[in-house]
Design a binder for this molecule. Structure first.
Ligand code: UD1
Length: 424
């Protein structure tokens, strides 16, 4: 069944929105729960397709999944009886690679079909494999599968990552929690969800220190136990609403956030002329974003955290297409993350692509058009552009957006947007 959004643009977003749990933390913490043979109860799990896909995989390999007290997710990995993850389970899910670290860490062997997910570049997993090998696993890639074995158990080691990789950092960190001795991860990623996964592992009894810096030390333990854990709010979802508020000239209060995770986004939005005010109502932090007229042109370079996140490059471009002057957007993380550009151009944007840099010549207005999402964040960018455009747009391939945004159209409608989902 094909589904699409119909968006009547040109209305400023107004009101308050509550951010859901972080997708990129949830998709790591769910596999990480396999490391213990006991129950884990997770709060703040986002209701998104990537989570549903992972939970289905967990059930297919023998785990049990249930919801308690509304939104608390109870995972029981005591019955896991298969370490083989096949292509049909993972074809849409990039983060399935975390099953490798989790299964290898607990059972000493795993077979994983190479992951699918967003098409935004080559996305190799050589650093994951390098890390598993450093821990003593024998790893081969054949028949489209990564096959890893450590018959005598994993052994702690020093792993130097050649590139800063969120996925490799988390995957090797998980595998190392029950390796013999100490593991040191050098040139580790520092993203908020790396820290969140480390906190979850520590709640299960792991000994992980230094997450959030570029060196993480893990002292192996022989067993992990179950725990209750609440996942952090989604930095990227929050950033998307911040950009959408600015792009539509709206005024939005964004609740359930961790302000430090949003510093790069706030800084760039303020540079572009939006007002961003951080607040604390005594119970929780919030961020208020108010857009004005056309933004000022700015330059954006995507970088590992705490730099500007690549996941917000596409929505940010949708904002800057209406700027006064020329903005330069440099994508330093993924080489092909510009598939949204052709769609924005069909709305009247003027964008020149040169390798990893897009020069965005601001135009006075965008007009609605039929738009096709090529990946998750491209989809979010097109929604932002459609909300800020004059006239009606349709956004197609929204199953890609459903992978990572909880109740997007309901949240946007509550902010006054004219957006409806259609099913064919
Ligand atoms: C994660 C996020 C994704 C985000 C990205 C960068 C999840 C589930 N996804 O993706 O939303 O856009 O971080 O912040 O958390 N690389 C290698 N070899 C490897 C691994 C990565 O060369 O073994 C390269 C990649 O091609 C890319 C860069 O390293 O150029 C960063 O990738 P990485 O941080 O691993 O991204 P993901 O974990 O796939």
């Amino acid at each position: 069944m094909k589904q699409w959004y119909r968006i009547e643009g040109g209305k400023p977003l107004e009101g308050a929105v509550t951010i859901s749990g972080a997708k990129n933390a949830a998709v790591a913490i769910i596999p990480a729960s396999i490391l213990t043979g006991e129950c884990c109860v997770l709060e703040n799990i986002p209701c998104i397709e990537d989570v549903h896909t992972l939970l289905e995989i967990l059930k297919r390999i023998g785990g049990a999944v249930s919801y308690t007290m509304g939104e608390r997710l109870r995972l029981d990995s005591s019955g896991v009886n298969s370490c083989s993850i096949t292509f049909d389970m993972v074809s849409t899910l990039r983060a399935s690679y975390y099953l490798l670290g989790a299964l290898l860490g607990r059972y000493g062997h795993a077979e994983l079909s190479l992951p699918g997910g967003c098409v935004i570049g080559q996305r190799p997993i050589d650093q994951h494999i390098k890390g598993m090998r450093a821990l003593g696993a024998h790893v081969v890639v054949e028949d489209g599968l990564v096959k890893a074995r450590a018959d005598n158990g994993l052994v702690g080691s020093e792993v130097y990552f050649d590139v800063v990789s969120v996925g490799a950092t988390i995957n090797v960190m998980m595998a190392a929690t029950m390796a013999a001795g100490q593991t040191t991860l050098v040139n580790a990623a520092k993203e908020p969800h790396v820290v969140d996964v480390a906190n979850f592992l520590n709640m299960m009894g792991a000994r992980v220190k230094g997450a959030g810096t570029d060196m993480i030390r893990i002292t192996g333990v022989s067993k992990l136990h179950g725990c209750d854990y609440a996942i952090i709010p989604d930095q990227i979802e929050a950033g998307t609403y911040m950009v959408a508020a600015a792009a539509t000239g709206g005024n939005v209060v964004i609740k359930n956030i961790i302000p430090t995770h949003l510093e790069a986004i706030s800084a760039k939005l303020m540079e572009s002329g939006a007002a961003v005010v951080e607040g604390d109502d005594g119970r929780e932090f919030f961020m208020q974003v108010t857009g004005g007229g056309r933004p000022r042109a700015i330059n954006v370079k995507t970088l590992p955290y705490p730099g500007f996140p690549t996941d917000l490059q596409q929505p940010m471009m949708a904002h800057l297409v209406k700027a006064h002057g020329n903005s330069f957007i440099m994508e330093n993380i993924f080489e092909e993350r510009f598939n949204h550009v052709a769609e924005l151009v069909r709305m009247g944007a003027l964008i020149d692509l040169n390798g990893r840099t897009a020069m965005v010549q601001g135009v006075e207005r965008l007009t609605g058009a039929p738009l096709f999402a090529s990946d998750l964040r491209a989809g979010a960018a097109l929604v932002v552009a459609a909300l800020a455009a004059k006239g009606t747009s349709t956004v197609h391939n929204i199953e890609l957006i459903d992978r990572g945004y909880e109740h997007l159209e309901q949240k946007l409608r509550a902010l006054g947007a004219n957006i409806t989902r259609h099913v064919e």
